[in-house]
Design a protein around this ligand. Structure first.
Ligand code: AMP
Length: 281
């Protein structure tokens, strides 16, 4: 695997890739890699000729400086995992390489960025679109792979691509879970065994809602789900919503896609998870 830390070196390499008529698949990450990230790399490899994984803990998407400081960084182990997954290129820039001091610009993609996660983490998606826009401009991928784990992020990026007419195909990859159901996340490193045990209520509740889903029962399902999670010791619920999968507004009778999304804290660790309720997979 080739490792680049500067934009210039990466671009030089990608010129050769394009000259060889190879397609480029991009997998942006913040590192502390797990099987969820590797499943994105695998899908990218099945789809494109050359895979570029980026590892960059993007400061502008953290609204809490303490959260940024304690974000796990495991670059040596990440490199080993990417080598084993036959990733072609790792781009691992430092902050100066991606940001010019105190940048004041951001994109505004409208309402989507202010709902759900956007409400609880103000400015988060402005940071996400800022860095993903920079990565798209730099790598010019044919395809970019994102996880359904961050469902709202997929929608926000897809809106950005649509509004700015960026020529890239987006692919949303399924959520990888631990055998006990917990959605894999870099933040799971911070969970104590007790936190982990109680955090299982998130996937348990989402599965229960999926098994009992019916358009006419949305209000009751949401209420029951909220109390299932709130009654779990050590878990602090932020939101549980059943929404239209395109707008993230409350689901309506003719919503084509309906998604349940949850955010909660297990001890000090903030976790998110979701499930697509309809159409049934
Ligand atoms: P992150 O490093 O957390 O920013 O995640 C990088 C990419 O991996 C994002 O597109 C995430 O949605 C995706 N991802 C994170 N966790 C999972 C998971 N459990 N299953 C599938 N994809 C994931």
């Amino acid at each position: 695997m080739k490792i680049f830390t500067t934009r210039e070196a990466l671009q030089k390499h990608l010129l050769l890739t394009r000259a060889a008529n190879k397609t480029i698949g991009l997998v942006p990450t913040m590192g502390a890699l797990h099987q969820g990230h590797l499943s994105l790399i695998k899908q990218a490899k099945d789809h494109d000729d050359e895979i570029v994984c980026t590892i960059f803990v993007n400061p502008t998407q953290f609204n809490d400086p303490k959260d940024l400081e304690k974000y796990p960084r495991t670059i040596e182990a990440d490199i080993q995992m990417l080598e084993q997954a036959n990733c072609d290129v790792l781009f691992n820039p430092d902050e100066k390489e991606m940001y010019d001091g105190n940048e004041q610009w951001h994109l505004d993609i409208g309402q989507l960025e202010n709902l759900l996660e956007g409400k609880f983490r103000p400015g988060h998606y402005q940071g996400v679109t800022q860095i993903v826009y920079k990565l798209f401009t730099l790598v010019k991928p044919d395809t970019a792979f994102f996880g359904q784990k961050d469902y709202q992020q997929c929608l926000v990026i897809s809106k950005m691509v649509e509004l700015l007419k960026i020529p890239v195909k987006l692919i949303m990859c399924p959520i990888k879970r631990e055998p006990d159901g917990l959605a894999m996340s870099s933040r799971n490193i911070h969970l104590t065994p007790d936190n982990h045990h109680h955090a299982l209520i998130l996937s348990t509740t989402l599965n229960w809602v999926k098994s009992n889903f019916d358009h006419g029962k949305i209000t009751t399902l949401k209420k029951t789900a909220e109390s299932m999670i709130s009654n779990e010791p050590g878990i602090e619920l932020e939101y549980f919503e059943i929404v239209d999968g395109d707008t993230l507004l409350p689901a309506v009778e003719d919503s084509k896609k309906i998604v349940a999304l949850v955010a909660a804290r297990a001890g000090k660790t903030r976790l998110i998870d979701n499930v697509i309720l309809s159409p049934k997979s």
